[in-house]
Design a protein. Structure first.
Length: 90
């Protein structure tokens, strides 16, 4: 049996952190699956997600595929360049 599943079964109430982690994984799995879809509805959902503020996307970052990460960087290029420049000046 999956270790994460066992932990939730043993605990009657999962922590807020566990719930958020599970939500972020599910969001990432869905986005990773539809990013190259031919369905116009799925493409729109992916685009809507990619247009979110980077701070809203950040919790999902480690679960996103490289393809999605590259698309995010492309769409938010100015923000990334600003961030990189500010890190260089520190």
């Amino acid at each position: 049996m999956n270790q994460e599943l066992e932990l939730i079964q043993e605990n009657s109430e999962p922590s807020k952190e566990d719930v958020e982690r599970i939500k972020n994984r599910l969001i990432s799995i869905g986005l990773n699956s539809v990013i190259s879809s031919y369905s116009s509805e799925e493409k729109q959902v992916a685009e809507d997600f990619l247009q979110l503020k980077l701070s809203d996307v950040a919790p999902c970052w480690s679960f996103l595929s490289p393809t999605v990460k590259i698309r995010l960087i492309d769409l938010h290029e100015e923000e990334f360049l600003t961030w990189l420049s500010s890190a260089r000046n520190k």
